[in-house]
Design a protein around this ligand. Structure first.
Ligand code: CR6
Length: 835
């Protein structure tokens, strides 16, 4: 066997054989082999997709080598494993990321070049798996990257949706949704593990009986049984051998399934049942921050949770461990309440399938789970109609009643007589119809509860989880979100990465705090020049894409003012539009005015059923149509709605930002993570004291952050005093003009009905205090424009933003979870055959 050793970070850690070598020659050979033996093509007739597949399989071989070594090492050492349960993973494209983490980007570039194909062309070919809505799903993806990079044994569990988040198209200024058929050309990054499958029951009823030993038993007689099949995607850490699994479940009909119908000749019934089973993992619910309360959604949640827990129990028992020690092997994190049914399912498995007594089962359960809350918005706190819940999960309903009864007995003793408290802690809500409160189930069954930014964790304790905090304060902590610098700097901004590394070396990629070393160059005119040159080049690239996608020509020298995120009233894209209209009016009224040119760039999807969000998109595109075509203003103002915001597009947009808009109503954005990515890439932030903005401002310094608006406390106070948006509308001339224009159809070919709901909502209700913050926002934007005129000062602030963002690496977040919650340690992995 031919063998080679490759140096990585000065340690000789990688021993390669002919199949997994990392040299240019080995890579070339691998690509051609795959083209021939996997795709069945020779170079002359191979398509771009053939090459993409051949290349991806070559990369995957190298991942698998690390994966098998990781698994072996974990099992031998009996190490505690983190299990991350999440209904969403917004991974983004794999290929370039894996090349970076393997440390072979350059080698692959050369290998492909020598084969006469362009690597970037193949990278651009990849259809990203959009198995998430927004921040929560992307956070899960960043955390998987950091877990592997920190060499922590971990497995991510979720759903292999056949259709991910819809694709957004803009037609006539409106959002139009198209299905996301991401699997249509095959997915080289996953491995179907047909042999790894579990049965999951749904519906039906529960029988109770006494067994031979006199034990009270339950027998769940389901209406339907589905099978979950494991699909594994390897997640490699950055320049380490640790390769963890993301295990996503696909629903299918069990094998035994169609027999009866077949035998009775009812072929249609058999086929229908197959479709019903496959439907469960068919499509991601496209709502961000709002619940849908639909049966299928509950079935999805239960389906993936049950498969995952059965899988973990299997792994645990195969190691020769006792079921009572399950929590020693696994620490299970609940990513919001979506997988909170795991608490009842764990009890069911331990009681009904593994014969534990209640007290023992409850001890194991409550030492296993930890819960992360991601929102304070009341409409996002999951509840299930009790009857609906019982129709899908009859056994779990019984168990939840029992959990609740035992818990409330305990509560009653502690809070004697306080009915308000008892009912707020109860898992079951009383009303015209009873309902199950998933956050309460998560809280009672978890040993740790955390929020995702300091302010959010604080507000959790004071508002939605107040009574839980009073009852068990020791469970609470904060874990401020973070993002992976591998994808959000190295991959998406290679030029900035090169510039930084030239000055301070490459260590910052794994130890982001080292970006601090850039501070010494913040005032260096040469460095400032190179820094702003990279920014300009990224803006030029984005300008090209904008032209191609929207037909709008933008000036790369203008300020790129960027708000990219899901469209939501609480995120206040309409506040941004009001400022835009104000600048437009100032220019129209005073055409000679000396104004800093701005390009307003928006991107983001609206939930298909969220009318107001869709109307906000139409408002942006309508104002854009007018502004972009008005020669009086269009040399200084441009408006772009960049369609189909996803990970791929985000990677192209962040590096080009001068200004990052983080303007949610204070107290509403739990954390935000786009704010971190933008600042890391040298954008300055205009923002409220909300979510992680508070902490970003703290580290970058208040002089390098544009703050405006009411604080969370002032927002609450204003509401309590009886907020009246109309008085703000009446008393601010520029605001009134902008709103009147929208209302009168000025931006909509004199159609005065189209934005009526939006306008009325603002002037009579304004639940997110847009009008209250308008004046302060516009004044702050004026300061931003002034600051942008001083190129050196701006460059300095931009450099300092990047230099001080070390805290917001997801490596830091994951280290905190490991130390404080999961109590897990790194397990360095050696490649098989390596000593
Ligand atoms: N919508 C929060 O709103 C946070 C992410 C990840 C969100 C956002 O502020 O950064 O989670 N919440 O913690 C939910 O999805 C419920 C989000 O992405």
């Amino acid at each position: 066997e031919e063998k080679e050793t490759v140096k990585s970070e000065n340690k000789e850690v990688l021993i390669q054989d002919a199949r997994t070598g990392l040299t240019v020659e080995a890579l070339k050979k691998a690509i051609l082999n795959n083209l021939f033996y996997v795709q069945g093509k020779y170079p002359e007739i191979a398509t771009r997709n053939d090459y993409y597949m051949a290349l991806s399989f070559a990369v995957r071989d190298r991942l698998l080598q690390r994966w098998t070594s990781s698994v072996k090492q974990y099992l031998e050492g009996k190490n505690r494993v983190v299990s991350y349960l999440s209904a969403e993973y917004l991974l983004g494209p794999h290929l370039a990321n894996n090349l970076i983490n393997l440390g072979i980007y350059k080698e692959m570039e050369q290998a492909t070049q020598e084969l006469g194909v362009n690597l970037q062309w193949l990278i651009d070919k990849e259809v990203e798996p959009g198995l998430g809505n927004g921040g929560l799903g992307r956070l899960a993806a960043c955390y998987m990257d950091s877990l592997a990079t920190l060499e922590v044994p971990a497995i991510g569990y979720g759903i292999r949706y056949q259709f991910g988040i819809f694709e957004q198209d803009i037609r006539d200024g409106w959002q139009v949704e198209d299905t996301d058929n991401w699997l249509r050309r095959g997915n080289p990054w996953e491995i179907a593990r047909r042999e790894l499958n579990y049965e999951v029951k749904l519906g039906g009823y529960v029988q109770h009986y006494m067994d031979r030993d006199g034990r009270y038993r339950s027998n769940w007689m389901p209406e339907l049984t589905v099978k979950g099949v494991a699909y594994d995607t390897p997640i490699l850490g950055y320049k380490v051998n640790t390769c963890n699994a993301l295990r996503l479940w696909k629903s299918e009909a069990p094998k035994s399934f169609d027999f009866q119908s077949f035998n009775s000749g009812d072929y249609n019934h058999a086929v229908n049942q197959k479709i019903i089973c496959e439907n469960i993992s068919k499509v991601l619910y496209p709502n961000d921050e709002t619940i849908s309360g639909k049966i299928l959604r509950l079935q999805q949640q239960y389906f993936f949770v049950s498969c995952s827990l059965q899988d973990m129990i299997g792994i645990h028992l195969r190691q020769g461990e006792k079921i009572e020690d399950f929590n020693v092997t696994f620490a299970v994190q609940l990513n919001d309440t979506h997988p909170a049914i795991a608490i009842a399912e764990m009890m069911r498995l331990l009681l009904d399938e593994h014969d534990l007594e209640w007290v023992d089962a409850w001890r194991v359960t409550t030492r296993t789970f930890a819960y992360t809350n991601h929102t304070l918005l009341p409409e996002a706190l999951e509840t299930w109609d009790l009857e609906l819940f019982g129709s899908v999960l009859p056994r779990h309903l019984e168990l939840i009643y029992e959990i609740n009864k035992r818990f409330l007995d305990e509560v009653t003793i502690k809070v004697y007589g306080d009915h308000q408290k008892i009912s707020s802690l109860s898992i079951i809500g009383e009303g015209p119809r009873k309902f199950i409160k998933m956050a309460n189930l998560a809280c009672v069954g978890s040993f740790a509860i955390n929020g995702v930014a300091a302010l959010h964790s604080d507000l959790l304790k004071k508002t939605v989880l107040k009574d839980w905090y009073a009852y068990s304060p020791e469970k609470f902590s904060n874990k401020t979100n973070g993002v992976t610098p591998r994808r959000w700097m190295v991959l998406s901004n290679p030029k900035l990465t090169a510039l930084i590394s030239e000055k301070i070396g490459e260590n910052w990629i794994k130890h982001l705090d080292e970006l601090k070393n850039l501070e010494q160059y913040a005032d260096d005119p040469e460095f400032q020049k190179s820094w702003m040159q990279v920014k300009l080049e990224m803006k030029q690239e984005l300008a090209k894409r904008i032209l191609g996608k929207t037909g709008v020509k933008v000036d790369p020298e203008s300020m790129f003012d960027i708000q990219v995120k899901r469209i939501h009233e609480y995120k206040r894209q309409h506040l941004n539009v009001l400022h835009l209209i104000t600048l437009y009016n100032r220019l129209k009224q005073n055409p000679k005015m000396d104004m800093v040119p701005r390009t307003f760039i928006f991107a983001g999807k609206a939930a298909p059923g969220y009318k107001m969000a869709k109307l906000i998109i139409k408002l942006i595109t309508s104002v854009g149509d007018l502004v972009n075509n008005d020669p009086d203003v269009n040399h200084r103002l441009k408006v772009v709605f960049y369609p189909n915001y996803n990970v791929t597009n985000a990677q192209r947009i962040y590096p080009a930002a001068d200004l990052s808009e983080q303007i949610s109503t204070a107290g509403k954005e739990a954390s935000g993570t786009g704010n971190m990515k933008l600042s890391m890439n040298g954008a300055l932030t205009i923002g409220t004291l909300d979510g992680a903005n508070v902490e970003i401002r703290e580290v970058v310094g208040e002089e390098n952050f544009f703050l405006f608006g009411l604080t969370a406390e002032e927002v609450t106070q204003k509401r309590n005093e009886g907020y009246d948006p109309y008085t703000y509308y009446k008393s601010n001339k520029e605001l009134k003009l902008a709103i009147d224009q929208i209302a009168s159809g000025y931006f909509s070919h004199l159609d005065d009905k189209i934005f009526k709901d939006l306008v009325n909502n603002l002037i009579y209700h304004d639940p997110f205090l847009v009008l209250a913050d308008y004046e302060s926002y516009v004044a702050c934007q004026d300061k931003v424009s002034e600051a942008f005129r001083d190129k050196a000062a701006w460059a300095r602030m931009s450099i300092l933003n990047t230099a001080r963002m070390g805290k917001f690496s997801s490596d830091r977040s994951i280290r905190e979870y490991c130390d404080d919650i999961w109590k897990v340690k790194s397990v360095p992995v050696h490649l098989n055959g390596d000593s």
